[in-house]
Design a protein around this ligand. Structure first.
Ligand SMILES: NC(=O)c1ccc[n+]([C@@H]2O[C@H](COP(=O)([O-])OP(=O)(O)OC[C@H]3O[C@@H](n4cnc5c(N)ncnc54)[C@H](O)[C@@H]3O)[C@@H](O)[C@H]2O)c1
Length: 282
């Protein structure tokens, strides 16, 4: 492998130190920061993510509550739960674990979360603030990608960047953050006719598609920096959206999967709880 691994460990350390300092600042005033995750049903991915959140919160001194609601919960009942959490001054941050059951309109429920408690950055107000370059609580995965890009040391102004994937929590916010840095951004997605034609010209490629091994070595140029957001289970192993070994042989820097984006995302989530507390206090 020629590439340097962008594992994000120093980002996690830095962010967690900042988060712990914030948590302690509030503890000094007798306030415990609290994150409440609402889980409707028992989607295995959502359950696993909740376990990881609990462990991460324990590590930095944030109180964590998993509010488990039955699969049959109605939208009105979920809305009432979210409203009660919005109104509860002891609750600093709220996350709606996804995916929710098909009977529930996920976006409508996310829109009910108070923007100042929306530590996942998914409410319309927080999403819209990104377009206006005034983000305060942004999607943690997008923040993680931006932290890793900064860590890589590339100069974004004028850089040719290809973002593969246009989801609301990754592709779209990352593209907007990159525009703020004056990068030249191309977004590829399921409708793109020839993704390779774009990625081959890119100095920086970010991939968030959920398609294992989508980005192959012949799709990137020598010296490219690669950020792999994908988390896919293939034959019992966790792999990314990048065909890792061959691409790493051509890249100058690359994020590993597992590792890289995932741990930084959790660290940003914890950090957003402190930011939410600060915002609520203003
Ligand atoms: N590491 C983390 O912290 C983290 C966080 C969130 C999501 N993820 C992972 O990132 C991946 C993407 O998740 P998401 O929620 O952003 O995406 P999503 O599932 O909402 O959307 C997938 C995106 O990929 C695009 N796409 C699909 N097939 C494609 C193809 N063949 N060519 C080009 N584009 C294609 C779609 O157009 C869409 O924009 C998943 O593997 C998910 O598990 C990781």
């Amino acid at each position: 492998m020629a590439a340097t691994l962008l594992d994000g460990k120093s980002i996690v350390e830095r962010l967690n130190a900042e988060t712990v300092a914030g948590v302690e600042r509030y503890k000094g005033e007798g306030v415990t920061l609290k994150l409440v995750a609402v889980l409707v049903g028992s989607n295995p991915g959502a359950v696993a993510y909740a376990k990881m959140q609990k462990k991460a919160c324990d590590g930095v001194g944030i109180e964590y509550e998993l509010r488990e609601l039955p699969e049959a919960t109605t939208q009105d009942e979920l809305a009432a739960t979210i409203q009660a959490l919005n109104d509860d001054p002891r609750v600093t941050g709220i996350i709606l674990q996804t995916p929710v059951p098909m009977t529930i309109n996920q976006k409508a429920m996310q829109a009910l979360i108070s923007p100042k408690k929306d530590v996942d950055g998914v409410s319309p107000a927080n999403m819209g603030a990104i377009v206006l370059s005034r983000a305060r609580l942004a999607p943690c995965t997008a923040l993680s990608v931006m932290s890793l890009i900064r860590e890589s040391g590339v100069t974004l102004k004028g850089l040719e960047v290809v973002m593969v994937g246009h989801s609301e929590i990754v592709g779209k916010p990352v593209a907007l953050f990159l525009l703020d840095e004056l990068a030249t951004v191309t977004v590829c997605h399921i409708g793109t006719r020839d993704t390779a034609a774009h990625t081959r010209n890119a100095d920086l490629v970010i991939v968030a598609t959920g398609v294992p091994g989508l980005i192959k070595a012949d799709m990137v140029k020598d010296g490219v920096v690669v950020i792999d957001v994908g988390i896919n289970r293939v034959e019992g192993k966790i792999v990314g959206d990048v065909d890792f070994e061959p691409v790493a042989a051509k890249a100058s820097q690359i994020t590993p999967v597992p590792g890289g984006v995932g741990p930084c995302t959790v660290a940003h989530l914890l950090n957003n709880v402190v930011k939410a507390a600060d915002w609520q206090r203003e």
